[in-house]
Design a protein around this ligand. Structure first.
Ligand code: SF4
Length: 269
C-alpha cells in the first residue's frame, strides 16, 4: 500500500511540489531580509509584523506538502490539514510545471502525476454521495465523428448503437442514476457543472483538460479517468468503461451500489 502510494508517477509531482515549496520559502525569507532595513525606518514594528506574516506563509507551504505526503502514504491526518493539502496541490501545480520545464520533464508527465496525486487524495478522503449527485463529464471528442446525433445538447439523444463509448457511458449513468454530460469545451463544461450542481464528478478527458478541470471546480471532489487516444488527440477518443464504473462506485455508498446492481440483475432476468 505504502509503495503503491508513491509510485514513480506520483513521485514526479511530489518531488516538484516539494522543491517549489522549498524555493518559495527561501524566496519569502530573502524578501524579508531585503525589506527589513527599509521597513524599520518607517516603523520598528513593521519588520516583526512582516516576519510573522512570512513565517506563516512558509509554514503553510511546507505543511501543505507534508499533508499531501502523509495523505498519500495513508497516514491519518486531521481534516483541516487534509483540506489544506488538497488546496496546496492546486496552488503549487503552476510552480511544479515551471520547475519541470527547467528539469526537462514533459508537461504531460507532470499532469499525469498531478491527476494521480489528486485522485489519491480524493480516494483517501472517502467521499460518499448519492448517485444522483454524481456527474460524469467528458469532452465531445469521445463521440464518433460520423455520428449525427446531437448529444451535447442532450446526451439522451444517443442511440447506444455501440459505435463509440458514449453509449456504454450512458448505460452506466442509467444503471446508477448519475448525471451524464458531454461538453464541447471548458466553458460549456463549467456551465454544465453549475447546472447539475453535483457533489462529486467523474471526469474523462486528456491530461491537460483533466488537470485544468480539477483545478477549476476545486473544492468539488473529482476522480479523473484518462481517455484513450488510438487515433491521436481530440478525435474518436475512448475510455476504459471498467475504470469509469470503478470511479463511480468509489463515490457511491455500498448499500446504494448493491441496490442498483440488484435492480439491473432483476431487469436483465
Ligand atoms: S453510441 Fe451514441 S454517440 Fe456513439 S455513435 Fe452510437 S449513437 Fe452516436
Amino acid at each position: 500500500m505504502m509503495e503503491d502510494a508513491l509510485k514513480p508517477k506520483k513521485r514526479i509531482f511530489m518531488a516538484l511540489t516539494s522543491v517549489s515549496a522549498l524555493i518559495g520559502a527561501i524566496m519569502v525569507y530573502m524578501v524579508w531580509r531585503v525589506t527589513v532595513p527599509g521597513l524599520a525606518q518607517i516603523n520598528w514594528t513593521l519588520p516583526i509584523a512582516f516576519g510573522v506574516f512570512s513565517v506563516i506563509i512558509v509554514i503553510a507551504l511546507l505543511t501543505g506538502v507534508v499533508g499531501i505526503v502523509m495523505a498519500l502514504l495513508g497516514i491519518p491526518v486531521m481534516k483541516l490539514l487534509f483540506v489544506w493539502a488538497w488546496k496546496a496541490i492546486n496552488i503549487l501545480f503552476p510552480f511544479a510545471v515551471v520547475l519541470g520545464r527547467i528539469f526537462n520533464i514533459p508537461r504531460e508527465r507532470i499532469e499525469q502525476s498531478f491527476i494521480e496525486v489528486s485522485n489519491n487524495l480524493v480516494l483517501q478522503h472517502k467521499v460518499k454521495v448519492p448517485a444522483k449527485r454524481i456527474l460524469i463529464l467528458t469532452p465531445h471528442c469521445i463521440q464518433r465523428d460520423t455520428c449525427v446525433h446531437k448529444i451535447t445538447r442532450n446526451v439522451e439523444n444517443c442511440r447506444q448503437c455501440g459505435g463509440c463509448c458514449v453509449g456504454s457511458m450512458l448505460a452506466l449513468a442509467h444503471k446508477y442514476g448519475c448525471s451524464f454530460a458531454v461538453a464541447t469545451g471548458g466553458t460549456l463544461a463549467r456551465q454544465m457543472v453549475k447546472q447539475a450542481r453535483p457533489k462529486a464528478i467523474v471526469a474523462v478527458a486528456c491530461e491537460r483538460d483533466l488537470t485544468s478541470g480539477i483545478q477549476d471546480v476545486f473544492p468539488l471532489p473529482v476522480l479523473g479517468v484518462l481517455n484513450e487516444r488510438p487515433f491521436g488527440p481530440c478525435f474518436n477518443t475512448r475510455v476504459d468503461i471498467n475504470k469509469l464504473e470503478a470511479a463511480i462506485l468509489t463515490f457511491m455508498d455500498d448499500e446504494e451500489a448493491k441496490e442498483k446492481h440488484a435492480k439491473t440483475d432483476q431487469q436483465a432476468s
